[in-house]
Design a protein around this ligand. Structure first.
Ligand code: CA
Length: 367
């Protein structure tokens, strides 16, 4: 008993010395917590554009919330909602802007009607690859521009994962010439939809969870989604015969965390840093997972389900590239924000392209 008391006393004394020295070091500038005041806790809601716990896309916000909970010692708890649980998938932006939910997880190109430049932060046809996009966002001025574009809506965006390059998608009939796109009803988001419209197709925007039934019922003739890992999970091979692997419309799709600015500013500095670091960790983790799963899922689609693989003919791709240049020129002329972001993006891409043409392009052919 005597020994125990002595030990407890020693611990108490050591703690007191530590606290005193800590206060002395920081000159009283640190005010977030003290022994007598329990740390404030925060309960947030995060709405998403994906089915609850959907592989990759839907697990990114779940992992984020779990990591934040552990890193903050339970001081910031975030409840994640799948699309339609609290609000529909395409209402994520407004919900976070209004503060009904403190956070969201989605894809920037879904907001092109609100913010014309938004798709540039997600995916642009014939644009940057995943690695190039991440480098532009974090070391090329992209993130600063992204925050500038979302600021009028009271939202702070952060990179929230990347699916890697996405497949052209699923078609009920083969595409052998640009004529085959005429009248084709295809689910496709972002500026790629504007590009397809120029080719005479009818771009349709529907949430991921509704694609399968639309494809199966014939309401649409074709659909893109993500790539083998996610496409297999939705079972698209049961609704369309041909799978086009060509990369053009989403060469490296960036996802996003949306954070209500007011809610973020109410967090103490350490929790703000935890949110930022957890977002960056999930951004990297999601890509690692997609890279690991896509090729395995593709093998399953081909070998187990007998999916017919196709690529777009070169003349079709050349036409799509021509239309993409037209769409971007129109956007630059129509919106100052788009023009500003595009200048930064396109200059960065030009530098990356010369470098990667010299290095990785040759390596991919040689290895
Ligand atoms: Ca997609």
């Amino acid at each position: 008993m005597k020994i125990k008391l002595t030990k407890n006393l020693a611990i108490a004394l050591l703690s007191a010395i530590f606290l005193l020295s800590a206060c002395g070091d920081e000159k009283g500038s640190h005010t977030t917590s003290s022994v007598s005041e329990p740390a404030k806790t925060f309960q947030w809601k995060m709405v998403t554009s994906w089915p609850k716990n959907f592989p990759g896309l839907g697990m990114a916000p779940e992992k984020f919330a779990k990591n934040v909970d552990v890193m903050s010692n339970g001081r910031l708890k975030i409840k994640v909602y799948g699309a339609g649980e609290l609000v529909p998938g395409f209402e994520v932006f407004d919900t976070v802007s209004q503060g009904t939910a403190e956070m969201g997880h989605s894809g920037p190109y879904y907001w092109k009607g609100k913010i014309p430049s938004a798709p540039i932060f997600g995916a642009i046809p014939f644009g940057m690859t995943t690695e190039e996009l991440n480098s532009w966002l974090h070391y090329g001025g992209g993130l600063e521009l992204w925050r500038e574009m979302y600021k009028p809506f009271g939202i702070i965006p952060m990179a929230g994962g990347n699916s890697g390059a996405q497949f052209t998608g699923w078609f009920k009939k083969e595409i052998n010439s640009i004529e085959d796109l005429k009248g084709l009803k295809m689910r496709i988001p972002g500026l790629a939809g504007n590009v397809l419209a120029k080719a005479g197709a009818v771009p349709v925007t529907i949430a991921g969870g509704d694609i399968f039934s639309a494809l199966q019922s014939g309401a649409i003739d074709a659909s893109e989604w993500v790539g083998p890992y996610n496409d297999l999970a939705f079972g698209f091979h049961q609704a369309a015969e041909y799978y086009y692997s060509t990369i053009w419309h989403e060469p490296g799709t960036g996802l996003e965390f949306l954070i209500n600015e007011k809610a973020f500013n109410e967090l103490p500095q350490d929790l703000q840093k935890i949110v930022e670091i957890a977002a960056k960790a999930v951004n990297a983790d999601t890509l690692d997972e997609y890279n690991a799963r896509h090729h395995v899922a593709l093998k399953t689609l081909v070998e187990k389900h007998g999916v017919k693989m196709r690529t777009l003919p070169a003349p079709v791709l050349a036409e799509l590239k021509k239309y993409t240049a037209q769409v971007i020129a129109e956007q630059v002329a129509a919106d100052k924000g788009f023009a500003k972001v595009w200048k930064s993006y396109s200059e960065f891409m030009a530098g990356m392209r010369s470098y990667n043409d010299l290095t990785l392009k040759e390596y991919y052919q040689n290895r």
